[in-house]
Structures are given as structure tokens and as C-alpha cells.
Design a protein around this ligand. Sequence first.
Ligand SMILES: [Zn+2]
Length: 80
Amino acid sequence: MPQVHYCGVCRTRSRRLYTPAQRAAEQYGHRRQFHGGRAPDGEGFLKVPWTDWEQRPVGERRASLAVAAVLLVLLLVRLI
Ligand SMILES: [Zn+2]
């Protein structure tokens, strides 16, 4: 399940984060950029629900993108 990083001091939330590496990088970057590398009060991660798109199987997402790309190419060819 994706998570967002939130900061109790800045009262901000990050974009959706999907891997431990993304979470660690977001936390490190936020601390470094806004708090001198220190941990701000009220900092943490919140689990957020998957979107409909994210819940679909990878193969189905790729197939949808391929169909959309073909339709876009056909539209562009027709317009030119
Ligand atoms: Zn902050």
C-alpha cells in the first residue's frame, strides 16, 4: 500500500511513495532541505489507499497504455 510522508512542523504531505527506498529518500530529503537534517516533530508516514489505476494488474495497465498510444498515433496520422 502506498504511503505519504508528512511533517507536523511544515504541515505538508509528500507525493505517494511505493517503496522503502522512496520513503527513506523523501524523509532524508525533507529533513535535510527544511530542518537542517534533524527530525521534525510530528513527522511520519500515512498509508493511503491505492487508486483504481494502481490496483489494476501491471499487464492490464501496459495494454491500456499501448492501446492509447496506438489511438493517438492513428489520430495524429489522420490529422496530418
Ligand atoms: Zn518539515
